[in-house]
Design a protein around this ligand. Sequence first.
Ligand code: GLC
Ligand code: GLC
Length: 814
Amino acid sequence: MKFGYFDDANREYVITRPDTPLPWINYLGCQAYFGIISNTAGGYSFYRDARLRRVSRYRYNNVPYDLGGRYIYLRDDVTGEFWSPSWQPTRNDLEGYTCRHGLGYTIIGSRYSGIEAHSTYFVPLDEDLEIWRLTVTNRRSQPAYLSVYSSIEFCLWDANDDATNFQRNFSIGEVEVEDGAIYHKTEYRERRNHFAYFACSRKTEGFDTQREAFVGPYRGWEKPLAVERGKLSNSVAHGWAPIGAHHVKLELGPEETQEVIFLLGYHENPQAQKFDPPASQTVNKKTVKPVIAKYLNFAEVDAAFENLRQYWDGLLAVCQVETPDVHTNRMVNIWNAYQCMATFNMSRSASFYESGIGRGLGFRDSNQDLLGFVQMVPARARERILDLAATQLPSGGAYHQYQPLTKRGNNDVGSNFNDDPHWLIVGVAAYLKETGDWSILDEPVPYDNAPGSEQPLYEHLQRSFQYTLDRLGPHGLPLIGRADWNDCLNLNCFSDTPGQSFQTTTNKEGKVAESVFIAALFVLAGRELAEIARRRGRTDEVQRYLAAVARMEDTVREQGWDGEWFLRAYDDFGRKVGSKECAEGKIFIETQGFCVLAGIGLDDGRAQAAMESVAKHLATEHGIILQQPAYSKYYLELGEISSYPPGYKENAGIFCHNNPWVMIAETQVGNGDRAHDYYARINPSAREAISELHRCEPYVYAQMIAGRDAPTHGEAKNSWLTGTAAWNYYAVTQWILGIRPTFEGLEIRPVVPKSWRGFKATRLFRGVTYNIAVTREGEGNQVALEVDGEPWEGTVVPAPVKGQREVTVEVTLK
Ligand code: GLC
Ligand code: GLC
């Protein structure tokens, strides 16, 4: 069953009924001011940091699940009836409800009692504000006398404190109201220099800023007293819960349309110019007023919306494909690229599953995210890499997370996730291949943000590599530390105390438990580093890196192979994890995918065998399961992985992040049918038809789909902010379609299904547009290229000489 449809021409997903299985959301903003918005206008906004600069309030895990948002009420002033055009919060029986989630904007509307109303929500580029543009049309044959009410609940900035510290918070809320604009200025009197505002393009009949005055005692947003009564009380908040609400009257003749703009924004003043007059406690509004005036103007709003559309057109134009599979096209051309930008902007902070008060930016997560967005915003990728590297520790290890406002490593979570440092090499290599900007390696970058500790970025990569060589275990494999990529395989944790963090509790010395996954990652990263060193003329280093890589490969073959698949790890007792000898958790996906992806076992049959074992033991119709058999009980020596009920999350869920590793691995062994089949199984667009089972948005990936041991096999959770976005984009564009940036140039080497007659693609690479046409002549993966009409040796097309802006590449698959 479907709840909407894809409008590919407009790059929108159109939701046609409001009661989606879960809130289906979108993001507003792409630079500093952000919001999340659901298909019924639920959600909230923040400036840069979802925890520390939360502009509007939201209560997670509410009843109904999604309540609180950018709500507009319409009221028929003749009958007194009122409703929300976005369905929530009044939930009237609407006609013609639609929600169009587009790239950086959402349009929600409906018709009720002969009145059509739509709101367009978006954040203009380069501004710290959001626009709600309301369009109301009277479809009755009689004039309509309507009232419009806007509403927003302000957050007292620190979202965590806001939700917990009531003894203080109920006494600190402050607002000002001037010319119909509401200014939320809690804590501005003391150390803050920022405030929020909520303004309206029309003359207002009244306002409210105290929540209780608006909703009324013992009422909620679904039936606010002030709306029912038809009159706001011009309340001024002193403490309690500051809100913003405007009242506007509209008189509409038959078929007449009128529009209202509401602006919600964030603004900072220089510390010395906070007040106006300077000796007063009144917010200085001199710098914000021109901004407000600008965006209360319809022509400016039109222009800003058009700019936003062009911005996204530009980003998506970097890679466009035309394959025989509509789901591939739609995800690559629109939604997967868009989701990659969201994971770049948000990391794992704010979604309907990430509360915005928990995690900072993950070191491993952010480095992997680079794989999905570097081609769209290379300059911002560069900045992100340097920020990440600056949190690296002198040992080569890394803080697991850092906070986006301070850019400092997060001490609460600390370090010792022994895979972390290698992801920096993977991220930097992706950046170099995409951009050819070798100067980044010479950028001085501090360790642990300590002034004076700056070394070239290249040295950071060297230390990342060395970190593992300094931490090898009894089998010569890398020690795992707190965890590797799998945050829940906590082999040194041994926690028997409820509530203890699996990620930060360490009860073992950590000198025994080893990770085959880190070994594979080390091989991959080591090869990249050797190639980087070679290009910098460091021949002796190249030899050293390659020798270490070869040794590690041997170790994996000798100590990390179980006969039919790769082992996962050794625990603190030196026992195998992910082996046929284990009672549960006999085979894990991570090492099958990643060892092969890193090139291990390609020449000795192990790679093929591992892929067969994945197909036999782990693949389901809904995707590839993380491990089997699921852990049926808690294992002290394994940690969080066994804390989840079977089939969920890391305990045998379909953890979509690592499915693409197997897709890439399948392309390495030349199996395009299987690679694309696995791709299709978790492709959200291909799963649209089973939305009532899948439940999450059909236009973006979710972190997890319940595995076959779960009672809800096939149900997705944790949509949007997941490494799944980058890895799927990377797998399908670079390995299945085979359009792959390399250090030398653009490689084109597709491994696609046998049934495909061919495909077309355009790829903007280092300033040059490559027009690529692939034609299948045989059933294999042999590639013959013609570049600008001339036969071409090999599969890599180097960047053309200066001046040439377009290259035509004809590819024959035999
Ligand atoms: C989450 C984390 C990621 C980790 C994965 C597997 O997605 O953000 O860092 O690798 O879980 O545990
Ligand atoms: C939990 C989750 C895992 C996530 C981690 C982040 O362990 O199961 O997916 O990576 O939390 O802290």
